[in-house]
Design a protein around this ligand. Structure first.
Ligand code: FAD
Length: 345
């Protein structure tokens, strides 16, 4: 047993570190949904701690977004508006965020676990010499010690680990999109704007953006879909998996897949739902021929309605569904397609 003096000491944060901050990610002047979701969750944390909630917004000609941030819960917005921030570049955004963090000292700083958020959070944490919990799925406050509790799946998804950053500030975490809900915006809600400048010129930056090529796809993106039809190893082969695509097409839904279906080559990685894929929260989620391993369900359990089809009555997926159908996907799915076709006429 550890001796009294060897127990880790909880150093209460320096009182100069105060407030909950959200990095507001915008692309082409539009706020990403995860930033609004984080303002919703950040509001709860800030209220618990009795501190302000702030958004930190970087970009060029993005001032028009500030009012939206107040409406979604921010008390204060820190804005850096500069041509060097027009397109995301780690170097420039890192300098901007680190400078305002050093100046205003928030106790908590959250990022969306998007491609940009993941990149930026790690460079900011390294530069500040503080800890970062990546891909968090639950946040809370240990009120006794005034610590952020950031939880995420660990050990192959078999346990949830709660990670604390006891001695460094700010406490940082990235959070997956669709894990939390944005609040209903409050029309006319106002806040405080603090404008900062960035001490960088285009010539200081090693990275140049030559061209931005927008991905053109007629597929519905998993993260944006209201309905997802997801298939797993139970579909047996690529031809079987085509049933998932046919049903999705009929419903105007996005296609999802378990990792095993992706590894079998029937679906793309961008279609994978779960711990190492995308986290989704559609209105309706079909899980067809999917066993319901925790690494899959952690990515879809916030869906409003889940319909599971599995021929094994003991499949774990039935513990996570709203409606469960025990039966053969190859009999049931074609009937669904037929019925939805009739409804569409
Ligand atoms: P199986 O577990 O093989 O299940 C197939 C199911 O289909 C069974 O329940 C079976 O009863 C049913 N079935 C069979 N035939 C039929 C039929 N004719 N009609 C109806 N039902 C039928 N998995 C993910 O999905 N996403 C992730 O992000 C992910 N990340 C992971 C990360 C780590 C670190 C690890 C270790 C694993 C991860 N996995 C992930 C893998 C996960 O543990 C499971 O192996 C995987 O989800 C299983 O896929 P499945 O349900 O399609 O296949």
């Amino acid at each position: 047993m550890a001796k009294e003096e060897e127990k880790p000491k909880v150093k209460l944060p320096d009182s100069e570190y105060q407030g909950v901050w959200i990095f507001i990610e915008q692309r082409n002047g539009k706020i990403t949904p995860v930033s609004l979701e984080l303002l919703g969750e950040g509001r709860k944390l800030a209220d618990k701690l009795g501190v302000e909630l702030s958004g930190v917004l970087l970009g060029y000609k993005v001032g028009h977004l500030v009012d939206t941030l107040y409406q979604y819960g921010a008390d204060t917005v820190y804005l850096i508006d500069d041509p060097v921030l027009e397109q995301y570049r780690s170097e420039a955004y890192q300098v901007g965020v680190v400078d305002v963090v050093k100046k205003y000292k928030p106790e908590i700083l959250l990022f969306g676990a998007t491609v940009i958020g993941r990149d930026l959070a790690s460079t900011v944490a390294t530069e500040l010499g503080t800890g970062l919990t990546a891909d968090t799925t639950r946040l809370d406050i240990d009120m006794k010690n005034r610590l952020l509790e950031a939880s995420r799946p660990a050990m192959g998804g078999n346990i949830m680990a709660t990670i604390l950053c006891k001695e460094k500030r700010p406490q940082m975490a990235s959070v997956r999109p669709k894990v939390f809900k944005a609040i209903k915006p409050v029309e006319g809600r106002k806040g405080k704007l603090i404008e900062e400048t960035i001490n960088l010129n285009e010539e200081d930056l090693k990275t140049k953006v030559i061209e931005v090529i927008q991905e053109v796809s007629d597929k519905i993106r998993l993260g944006d879909a209201d309905i997802i039809v997801a298939g797993g190893k139970g579909l047996q082969d690529e031809k079987g998996f085509q049933l998932i695509r046919d049903l999705a097409k009929e419903l105007g839904a996005a296609v999802g897949a378990s990792r095993d279906a992706v590894e079998a080559g029937w679906a793309e990685h961008s279609e994978q739902v779960g711990q190492t894929g995308t986290t989704v929260a559609p209105k309706l989620y079909f899980a067809i021929g999917i066993s319901g391993a925790v690494q899959h369900t952690v990515g879809m359990e916030n869906s409003e309605i889940v319909v599971a089809i599995n021929r094994d009555p003991n499949a774990q997926i039935f513990e996570k569904c709203t409606y469960g159908i025990v039966g053969d996907a190859f009999e049931i799915v074609p009937k669904f397609i037929e019925e939805f076709k009739k409804l569409a006429k």
